[in-house]
Design a protein around this ligand. Structure first.
Ligand code: PXP
Length: 245
């Protein structure tokens, strides 16, 4: 049996629901505690510049849940200061545009982002592991290595949106990128848009270490409950692992 594939549960959209009414319910920290009880290996949350879902205080409270916290953020001085105070287990650097509904693409690290090198080093100096959210392309992986990242998180959005032959092509891109990550000494994570229908094939990529999943889990919890969604997601991920020869 290949190594355990970690499930990071992203609780951003529990905060989206909370903020819709301006009160305290539903609480993303309670969701994180339930996720821990259901078998999640980590909690992920994205503190956006506009604080549209997760807020600063949530980050501190989520760290106290006791699972490794993956702090998604844009590479800004504001976020560097907050992450340096929260001291999460890991930071995942993502591109951020104010008008987007969700993270639209990978970081494009190859396109002249050398300023990220000292930024990454500052986080690592504080014991924080650094992940770069990138498209599954050779130039991006090589740039992530050059910048000194510990981890790459491959963007699964295009794969989850594709159908038929195009989906197979997107899956191959993810597999090839994961294999290259291993050759470059980068830990490989993946996420964005994953569902019950799309998770198993990604879980079957041998050197995948962690999947981060949020929107589908929170949405499906409306119908079957958070505990049941996470357990089913876990079971599908395990089925994907078992299919590895
Ligand atoms: N990974 C990264 C880097 C993301 O930005 C997001 C969305 O916040 C996710 C994973 C999770 O995506 P989804 O909410 O579509 O499952």
């Amino acid at each position: 049996m290949p190594h355990h594939l970690r499930l990071g549960v992203n609780v951003d959209h529990v905060a989206t629901l909370r903020n819709a009414r301006g009160g305290l319910h539903p609480d993303p920290v309670k969701a994180a505690e339930l996720a821990a009880a259901a078998g999640a290996d980590g909690i992920t949350a994205h503190l956006r510049e506009d604080r549209r879902h997760i807020r600063d205080a949530d980050m501190y409270a989520l760290k106290d849940v006791g699972l490794p916290l993956n702090f998604e953020m844009a590479a800004t001085t504001e976020m560097l200061a907050i992450a340096s105070d929260v001291l999460p287990h890991a930071c995942c650097l993502v591109p951020e545009k104010r008008q987007e509904l969700t993270t639209e693409g990978g970081l494009a690290v190859h396109a002249g982002q050398n300023h990220l090198k000292p930024f990454i080093a500052r986080l690592q100096d504080q014991g924080i592991r650094v992940s770069l959210f990138i498209d599954p392309e050779t130039v991006e992986l090589e740039a992530a290595r050059h910048l000194g990242a510990d981890i790459v998180e491959l963007h699964t959005g295009p794969y989850t949106k594709a159908t038929g032959a195009e989906r197979a092509t997107e899956l191959r891109r993810l597999r090839d990128a994961a294999a290259l990550a291993q050759r470059l000494g980068l830990e490989c994570h993946a996420g964005h848009g994953l569902t019950f229908d799309t998770v198993e094939a990604v879980a079957a990529i041998p050197n995948m270490v962690e999947l981060n999943i949020g929107h589908f889990i929170v949405g499906e919890a409306v119908f079957i409950g958070l505990d049941a969604v996470i357990r089913r997601m876990r079971a599908l991920m395990d089925a994907g692992r078992r299919s590895i020869p």
